[in-house]
Design a protein around this ligand. Sequence first.
Ligand code: MRU
Length: 356
Amino acid sequence: MSVPPVIEWRAGAVRILDQRRLPDAVEVLHCTEAAQVNEAIRTLAIRGAPALGVAAAYAAALGARRIQAPDGPAFLARLDRVIDDIIATRPTAVNLAWAAERMRSAARTPAGAPASEVRARLLAEAHALAADNELRHRALAAAGAALFAPGQRVLHHCNTGPLATAASLGSALGVLQAAHQRHGIEVVVSETRPLLQGARLTTWELAQREIPFTLITDGMSASLMRRGRIDAAIVGADRIAANGDAANKIGTYGHALAARAHGLPFYVAAPMSTIDFALPDGDAIPIEERAPQEVRGYAAWRWAPPDAPAANPAFDVTPHDLVTAIVTERGVHRPPFVDTLRRQDAAAAPADVRAA
Ligand code: MRU
């Protein structure tokens, strides 16, 4: 099956593969306004931290094309509102705000350019960000491939493949793909309640790549670890604090606790754009609260009374002491992360990634 790109710029519009419909239908949203991209982000038509960064960049480029303003300062003031709206769509994945802020500064560097030049510059910046995202994920996958031994059964939560990253390999799933190509591994896919990114999206991506997998419900992981049927775990992340505390899809923390209880390694894989050095630890990571009806049912199905009180935090934070290593495009970082992440951030320029 030929699968459309997760996100692309074509003929002055942003085209987004609608992930809400997968795996049953392959449909593409055609966005001609930044507000349409914002809605696609809010409703998870496009999702996953690195993919949200790429979407934010294209939304800003799209929004800039619609701005009519009498002069440069008025143009930039309106662009700021467009960018603020993009940032307000979802709070946890730092890649979204990181990319949007990169677009804000691209519009001002150098200062004083006419609107037509700023518009062209923003589109070039969005393309550059998308290309850079691809390179970084390739380097990340290669860096983590040796973490797993031949034949190991590796637990994976949520979705971290091309759909979540807008990159051909993905983050944690890219590592698993690279490990499988080297010497064969198996993936244990947790379904990822309530929006089923594991069951709907990760299984779909693994099947396309002919990587063997078994789907489980989120609550099965501890028991399977105890019975020796899971050897290790790897997840992505939506925001990692400077000390290595990692926010990821709700349910991740439970898998990490179970891995620790059974003496299994627990890895986190994400590009450096997911690391928020402004936050010393995970306590200040904003956790998105989504609508309770997402817990009562999915799509046309409902399995709880329509008014059943329900909580829906979309993410949790795994404390750094449960994390064996963090894989980025810079390599495999071991504790203490507060030192190893910071050193990497300062040490390597993007050119090093291109050489990798
Ligand atoms: O709510 P989502 O689907 O945008 O959740 C984000 C994720 O896909 C995961 O938390 C993922 O594990 C990290 S992002 C590659």
